[in-house]
Every structure is written in C-alpha cells, then in structure tokens.
Design a protein around this ligand. Structure first.
Ligand SMILES: Cc1cc2nc3c(=O)[nH]c(=O)nc-3n(C[C@H](O)[C@H](O)[C@H](O)COP(=O)(O)OP(=O)(O)OC[C@H]3O[C@@H](n4cnc5c(N)ncnc54)[C@H](O)[C@@H]3O)c2cc1C
Length: 287
C-alpha cells in the first residue's frame, strides 16, 4: 500500500526538532524509518508531518563518561554492532545489535527509534532492561531520566510524553566478573524475535552469582524483566538444576502471546529454553 499524504521537514539540530515537535503535536519523528515507514505504508500510522532527525549529528555517538556508556539515540544498529569499545566493555550491546534484521536494517535503523517504538518483538528492549539502562528524554521543558523498567509501558507504547525526544541511552558499567549474552529465535520470515533473552550476570570470586538481570522480548505485548527467574539465580551457585529451576519461571505473571507461527504454549516453552541458553552463555563468558 501507499502511505497517506504527509508533509516532511528536516531538522538539523536537536533544538530545531524540539521546536517543530512542540509546534506540531501530531507530527512523528523520522529516525531510520524502518518501523515507521512500513507502519505508514500499512496506514497503521498516518502522521500529517514527519520531522526527520536522521541528520542530527549530535545524536549519533558512543562514548564512556562518568563510569557510564552513553549512546546517542540516532546511533545505528551497525555502529553498535561494530564498536570495538562496546565489544570490550559491554558485549551484550554489539551482540544484540548483530541479531537485528539484516545488514540494510542495521545500517539504517537506530537504537533510539527501536526503543521508542517498543515493538513487542524488538531486540533492543530486552537488552535495555537486562542492562538497567537509563533513557534520557528531552523536550522544550527540559530533560528527564527514565529507568528501563518504567520505559516500556505496553505494545508500541513507552513512557515518552508528547513533545519529548529520546536523546540518549545510558548504561552503568559493571565492575568485577561479569558475563552477558543475547540469544534469540529469529522468526523465519521477518527476522524479529519469536523469543529473545538478554542476560547480564555479576559473579563473585567463588563462582557464585551475585546479581542476575534477565530481559525478555517477543513473548508478550512488551519486553519485560523476568523477576522470578532472576531471583532464582541471584546468590546461588549456578549449576544445571539451579539454572533450569530459575528458567522455569521465565513467564511467571506474564500474559503470553500466541500467533500463527508460535502458540502461547510454544512461546512459553521457548522462553524457558532461551533463558537457560542465555544464562549458560553468560556464565561461560564470565570465565
Ligand atoms: C525487514 C525488517 C526487519 C527488521 N528486523 C528487526 C529485528 O530482527 N529486530 C528488531 O529489533 N527490529 C527489526 N526491525 C526494525 C528495525 O530495527 C527498526 O530500525 C527499528 O525498530 C526502528 O528504528 P528506526 O531508527 O528505523 O526508527 P523509525 O522507524 O524512524 O521510528 C520508529 C518510531 O520511533 C519514533 N522515534 C524515532 N526516533 C525517536 C527518538 N529519538 N525519540 C522519540 N521517538 C523516536 C518514531 O517517531 C516512530 O514512531 C526490522 C525492520 C525491517 C524493515
């Protein structure tokens, strides 16, 4: 299908984009366009105005500052996938980026667009939750920090308010012996996650798990923290049985989606299997 008629304006600075957004409350920001344009072509979205933020250079960066990793919202999946800095200090990010779509999608799609879109099968939300990221939202009224756990509200719905632009993703660097992994069952047609699990573990010197963070996507209307699974891992020696017991709680209190490709029961089963895989991979990497 062809998108409904719309106007287009390119913002060259963040301030310009914020002003345009404040003046046009029904406008949509255009980042990589890899979720918005398909939605417009299906007429699921019919914004009267697109504000193109893709060329705002100040929103595209990866850097370390004050013990945090800071990633500009317009940083592409490919920039994250290929970042030597991130491979060194937060390998979950490049691993997750590399699991997204295909090379064209990764070259154009952005972390900010993906997180702001809150696709229930998107990969970033699982990693963002497992890494306890902070999302920096900015508007004409100033800036605020939203915790990952509060950011994903529901299907295609986030805590961003009208007039706000997601400016930056911040992740605190974890000290000590850590292991991270992202594992995913790709949908054979779309490449999106049927189930995707991000795990980030902190281990102590005896090889016990001090802290476990597990984010899951693809399973429900939004990505979520597998709280009960985390509780089954933290403070424990992670043997096969402990991991299996913890993973069996992957979908506790979660309304599991079913569709033509994967029934709710099958997805529930996959979530358990992929939590086990993610934890096993993270332990291996913790050394
Ligand atoms: C063929 C194909 C396969 C794909 N496979 C996968 C996959 O396997 N895994 C996966 O996770 N994704 C996949 N995607 C989606 C892809 O990752 C998109 O790039 C991503 O979801 C959206 O990022 P974008 O930069 O393209 O955002 P856009 O499409 O430009 O925007 C998406 C939404 O976010 C809003 N927005 C954008 N930037 C901001 C911002 N900074 N602040 C506030 N709001 C903002 C827009 O207004 C819009 O509503 C696929 C897409 C395609 C076309």
């Amino acid at each position: 299908m062809i998108a409904a008629q719309f106007d287009y304006v390119r913002a060259n600075t963040l301030d310009e984009a914020l002003t345009l957004l404040a003046q046009n409350e029904d406008a949509k920001l255009l980042a990589g366009g890899h979720s918005l344009i398909p939605a417009m072509k299906l007429r699921l979205a019919m914004p009267p105005l697109l504000i193109d933020i893709a060329r705002i250079k100040d929103l595209s960066y990866i850097r370390e500052e004050d013990g945090q990793i800071r990633i500009g919202a317009m940083t592409t999946h490919y920039q994250i996938e290929s970042s030597d800095l991130l491979k060194e200090i937060c390998p979950l990010l490049p691993e997750c980026a590399g699991a997204i779509g295909d090379v064209q999608v990764r070259n154009k799609g952005t972390i900010g667009g993906s997180v702001a879109h809150s696709d229930p099968a998107g990969d970033w939300p699982a990693a963002i939750i497992a890494l306890n990221a902070e999302l920096i939202a900015t508007s004409k009224n100033g800036e605020r920090t939203i915790k990952a756990d509060d950011f994903f509200v529901d299907l295609l719905t986030t805590a961003l308010e009208p007039g706000e632009i997601l400016r930056e993703v911040r992740i605190s660097k974890t000290a000590g012996r850590t292991g991270q992994a992202y594992v995913k069952m790709h949908h054979p047609a779309s490449g999106f996650a049927v189930v995707g699990v991000a795990a980030s573990l902190v281990m102590n010197g005896d090889g016990d798990c001090e802290k476990a963070n597990v984010g899951i996507t693809g399973v429900s209307s939004k990505a979520y923290r597998a709280t009960a699974a985390e509780a089954g891992l933290a403070g424990k020696k992670l043997g096969e049985q402990t991991i299996a017991d913890a993973a069996s709680h992957a979908t506790d209190d979660v309304d599991v989606n079913g569709d033509l490709f994967a029934s709710a029961d099958y997805r529930r089963h996959l979530a358990v299997v992929y939590v086990k895989r993610a934890i096993a991979a993270a332990i291996k990497r913790a050394g």
